[in-house]
Design a protein. Sequence first.
Length: 399
Amino acid sequence: MLQDELEPLRNLTRELVSSANGADVLTVVNPSECVRNVHEVCKEIQASWLSAFFSESGDHSLKRYFDFHQEGIREISDSLFFFLQTNDVGPEAAGDISLMNEYICSLIVHIQNHHASFFNDKLNSPLYLRKTRLHPHLQKFSQLVNRLAEATLDQALKDSLMLYFEESRQAEYGGFYTYYAIGYFTLFVEKIASLFSPGAPEDGELEIVLNGLEFNRLDYFFYESNKILHGCSEMTELQNRVNFFREKKIEIVLLSNRLTKKCLPEFPSLSVMFENWLDEQIEKVMSEGSHTQAASSANPKKKITLNLSVAQIACFIRIFHGCKVISDNALADTFRLISANFSSKMQEDISEKSLSKEYYSISQSTARRVMDIIQNLLDNLRNGFFPLLAVAGVIWSVS
């Protein structure tokens, strides 16, 4: 029968972390003895996992079972980590408590090595594990920072790398940072460090490595897409621009490696992002010629004005696309439809290009405003179609 195997471990650590004053705790608890007990309990937990693995439980049940234990291990480990950060217990006791945390986090490694099919690398990682696994690579990368600043690289490319490093550095102190993210950052640092030895690389060399690493962050995607647009900015013939975009698409497809781990697993791969974006650019250029002639002869169409900014309209499109309301192959059509039939509260004409640009660069302030609008929509929907729930909500808030 599947059950919580961590309760003995919680009991061992609970007394240690129950006081805000480390000195008071150490008069009651012997950390050295706790280390031995934790080590023994961890071995018993591993044995229990093995029994569960060979039980008649289905894969779905085992997946939930190991997810539950991964989360529980993180909570126990973080409680010890925070206790050590906030209490002065002396170097000997601090070493014992760190060793306890090492044994606890070794349970995560055990799941990775012995129950890999049930290990969830998308879950939040313990802070102690980040400190021990991430910190050496952060130190190695920090040594490259000065060399990166001095290198003759495009500033936007430098900024993209530095932002990623800063976000990973902040993960040592809290926030959501998965096991997957630790593994990717380790690989990333090794590849970039080897590229900077002995000298700084050129833009093109660094981009080849970043593309191979599937560095699919939006800031890097914007850098690359702007570079492509700049490459065809002097082309006056529409067909030349179409051919340029098609050549870039073939180049990306040939160089892509979709089996590589992505920096952001929840995002599409770089190759997919560029293929979709280039398809949109090709379609846009091909439609420009026919639209220009038709627009000059046709009567101007009256557009519907939305009380939204272009950025907010793009944010709604992105939400609908993310929720599969708009299919993947209809994104360019959506931009075109909005451009042809709607105006924003500040612009009479919304270009497909501006919509596409805003779609891929939604800011937090825009997202916050859209969240408020959606909440207002939900309130109107609730009041209009579920009046009893609305009345109940008012009564509850008054009481």
